[in-house]
Ligand binder design. Sequence first.
Ligand code: CA
Length: 231
Amino acid sequence: MDDGGMGARVLVVEDDPTLGGGLVATLAASSYEVRWARDCAQARALMTSGPADLVLLDLGLPDGDGVELCRQIRALDNQVVVVVVTARTDEADAVLALDAGADDYVAKPFRTVELLARLRAHLRRRDALGQPDLRVGRTRLDLRARRAWVGEAELPLRPKEFELLVALASTAGTAVRREQLMDDVWDEHWEGSTKTLDVHVANLRRKLADAGERWDRIATLRGFGYRFELD
Ligand code: CA
C-alpha cells in the first residue's frame, strides 16, 4: 500500500547551502529520492530532465522570482505538489505563490518533523486523487465517491470516520501514531481531546464488525496509536 511518500521524488529548490543541505539530508534519510536545485535555472533544468512528485520551493532565489518559477513548474506539470518555503517577512509572496499554483507554504523557521508530516499528507492526498479505489483485504474504498464497503456491505460512515478509515487503510500493516491520525483527519492545529480519536476508532470498528469484518482489524498499539491489520 502507499505509505504517504516513501520513495517519492522530491525536488528541493533552495540557494542557502546550510538549509538546502539539511533538507536534502533529512529527506534522503526519510527514504525520499531527492534532487537539489540552487537556483531557478537549475530547477527548470531538473524539472524538464525528470518528473518530481513534490517540489519544495524557496521563494528567495538568486537568479529570479520564485513566484514566477512556481508558475513555470505548474505549467510543466499540473500534478506535482508544490510547497513553498518562505521567510516570515515574505508572507505576501507566499500568497502570490498560492495564486501561482502552489499547494501550500511553510514559513521559516519550521520544525523538520512538522514539514515532513505536511509533505506526507500532501503526497497521500495526491495519491488518493489519482487512485479511485483502495483495497485492503475485503475492505474497499472509493475515494472519489467517499464510500466504503466490506465485501458487498456498504459502511454507513460519517465524514471523519471515512477519513480515518482512509488514513488507516492507506497505511495498512503500518503502525500510525495518534498524533499523525489527528493531523491527517482533523485540523493540524486542532487541540481538542484525543478522546475524539478513540471514539471515532470505536465507531469505525463497530461499523466494520457490523459489515462482517474482524473486530480487531484495527489494532490498538498502547502508548503509540493504531494499525490497520493486513490478513
Ligand atoms: Ca533563499
